[in-house]
Design a protein around this ligand. Structure first.
Ligand SMILES: Nc1ncnc2c1ncn2[C@@H]1O[C@H](COP(=O)(O)OP(=O)(O)OP(=O)(O)O)[C@@H](O)[C@H]1O
Length: 230
């Protein structure tokens, strides 16, 4: 299990995460929602070790180094110039000292032109390539920052089904999304972050309540203001 305990992160005087705790169990999908700037990406970056200076603890309860068996989909994946999609995949595997596998089977699903330069891909194709690089590596845990963002309708549906199947096979998946339906349709639990604090953890049985709570706070905080404007 991946465990975040009392995570606190500040950029200078600006505290971005306030004592955030959450767990990611094998065989579960854990969704993370929150407004722009709530701290979701910062939380994922701390968990994966891309941010080093923070308070609290982040660990795999089995004691294994988290990155050895965890893959990260960054919010904006980076691709080196002049690397084809195929070379990017090979690079990802070699960097992790993993055997080169045949990408053809997975790519029959995602249909990427692997012999074109990745930097010439559209935004959605780049997202698919970064996902493909994770899928071929059989990670125990996946940390996915906005995986649905930029994907076409078919790829969105496909990704939801892939995530469910990976979960059923034992993979633990932590993902962010601004598309509530994508989370409620796939996740086993959802954590709501507000201003860098955990507002509440919702088990699947309470997802109906979650939508109502989000709507209520929108009505309370924003719709009154809108009434004054329009
Ligand atoms: N490198 C940085 N230096 C200073 N402040 C930062 C840095 N990275 C993030 N922040 C601040 O931390 C806060 C949380 O940002 P973060 O990107 O984690 O939010 P988010 O919930 O992922 O937002 P979004 O939904 O827009 O992706 C924001 O106020 C942001 O300005």
């Amino acid at each position: 299990m991946l465990e975040i305990t009392n995570l606190r992160k500040a950029y200078g005087p600006h505290v971005v995460l306030h004592d955030v705790s959450l767990t990611l169990r094998p065989g579960t999908i854990h969704g993370l929602v929150g407004a722009n700037g709530a701290g979701k990406t910062t939380l994922l970056n701390c968990l994966y070790g891309l941010e080093a200076e923070f308070g609290g603890t982040v660990r795999d309860t089995t004691g294994r180094p988290l990155r050895d068996h965890t893959g990260l989909l960054p919010y904006e994946p980076y691709f080196y110039p002049r690397l084809t999609g195929r070379e990017y995949l090979e690079f990802c595997l070699q960097a992790r000292r993993r055997p080169l596998t045949d990408f053809a089977a997975w790519n029959r699903l995602l249909e990427l032109p692997l012999d074109q330069y990745a930097e010439e891909y559209s935004a959605g194709m780049r997202k698919k390539l970064a996902l493909l690089a994770l899928l071929v590596q059989n990670f125990d845990y996946l940390i996915l920052d906005e995986p649905f963002n930029g994907l076409d309708l078919e790829a969105n549906l496909l990704l939801k089904e892939i995530l469910r199947r990976l979960r059923d096979r034992g993979t633990g998946i932590l993902l962010t999304s601004h598309i509530l339906g994508a989370l409620t349709e796939t996740a086993d639990e959802i954590t709501v972050l507000v201003g860098g604090r955990v507002q509440r953890h919702y088990p699947a049985a309470d997802f109906g309540r979650l939508e109502k709570d989000l709507l209520d706070s929108l009505h309370r905080e924003k719709l009154g203001l809108l009434d004054e404007l329009v």
